[in-house]
Design a protein around this ligand. Structure first.
Ligand code: NCD
Length: 343
């Protein structure tokens, strides 16, 4: 299947193609998951986490997918996504192989991306991939389709476009944080930093649209503001959003603040991001005094100077909990793709 054919399809047509027997198979775009899926995956993650708390439960989890082998194929740096996926696979008893350096695959010898993907599919049962190309996961699905490989692809971050599993763990985190506060419905969520190139906030916007009366606030300098495609999507879904110039002024109203790092690896000219003064959209320690008691500060991490380490001591600093949630949410996703029954 040609990439152009796949890209010309509507989102709904693509989502249909990413399913097998009405179940999630390829996970390429956050929008594939609806509210029911998110609630179900959250419950599944909680069950896996509860079982993972003791040896007997871990042994039970270990016996779920020992017959499955997975390829982790990452061509961009990663600490959390790579290792949380690897450990999620280990928890489920899977065998993992990996490539994190494209100079060590035959791509270095001139092999096409499509042939490389098909090679991994010849040996393993799932490909979890991070790639600098916006369309990499789509290209992988197209290549596998052409070669009749029935191996699911999980997008662990593609260029500046999407990071669907991060969005899944972010929703899981918000569900847990707001458990006693009526859930995600009706919450005000501010996203700050580099919203133009931050793939996490883009994917998260798709998933937040699944919740009722959510209000989104975009706090960024013009050069880093949220792109029009996301704005058009939110408008189409009737989700309220607005731009914020003064972050500290907006904070007392917010239920969640989602900070992001400047994505300068995508600069087209050297030092382009550094020339943009964006420190007005950093989280200052004093901001904690302006926030509601039940609010939460999130960040996909890694952070630089946008959240000072002193903030970590406040119980509303949720990013370390968020990081840990990622492993359980990813285990839930993999178990769901393979239809592994968890008691
Ligand atoms: C994010 C990413 O890779 O997009 N990191 C992550 O997966 N937790 C965010 C970032 O790198 O800034």
């Amino acid at each position: 299947m040609k990439l152009e054919t796949l890209k010309a399809m509507s989102a709904e047509e693509q989502y249909g193609l990413f399913k097998r027997e009405e179940r999630l198979f390829h996970f390429v775009k956050a929008g594939q998951l609806g509210r029911t899926d998110l609630l179900e995956l959250g419950q599944r993650a909680d069950r896996i986490r509860a079982l993972g708390a003791d040896e007997a439960g871990l042994r039970q989890l270990n016996s779920l997918l020992p017959h499955k082998r997975v390829m982790l194929y990452f061509n961009q740096p990663s600490s959390r996504t790579f290792f949380s996926f690897m450990n999620a696979c280990h928890i489920l008893g899977m065998r993992v192989c990996e490539n994190r350096d494209p100079s060590l695959t035959s791509e270095k010898k001139g092999e096409s991306f499509a042939d490389t993907i098909c090679t991994f599919a010849s040996y393993t049962d799932m490909i979890i991939m991070r790639n600098s190309d916006n369309d990499a996961a789509l290209k992988a699905v197209a290549a596998l389709q052409d070669h009749s490989h029935t191996v699911p692809v999980v997008n662990a971050g593609s260029g500046t476009s999407e990071h669907p599993t991060q969005a899944l763990l972010d929703i899981y985190t918000l569900m847990r944080e707001f458990k006693e506060l009526g859930g995600i419905d009706g919450k005000k969520i501010l996203m700050a930093g580099d919203l133009a190139r931050g793939r996490t906030v883009r994917s998260l916007s798709y998933l937040l649209a699944e919740f009722k009366d959510v209000e989104l606030y975009f706090a960024a300098v013009p050069a880093f503001q949220m792109k029009d495609d996301i704005r058009e999507f939110l408008t189409g879904r009737g989700i309220s959003f607005q731009d914020v110039d003064d972050m500290s002024e907006a904070l007392p109203e917010m239920d969640a603040v989602y900070m992001t790092r400047v994505q300068d690896e995508h600069d087209t000219s050297k030092g382009a991001s550094a020339a943009v003064a964006s420190s007005a959209f950093h989280f200052e320690t004093a901001y904690l005094d302006r926030m509601k008691p039940g609010a939460v500060v999130l960040h996909p991490l890694p952070r630089r100077e946008e959240i000072p380490p002193e903030v970590d001591a406040d119980p509303r600093a949720g990013y370390w909990r968020q990081e840990e949630n990622g492993m359980w949410a990813r285990a839930a996703l993999i178990a769901a793709i393979f239809n592994a029954e968890i008691e």
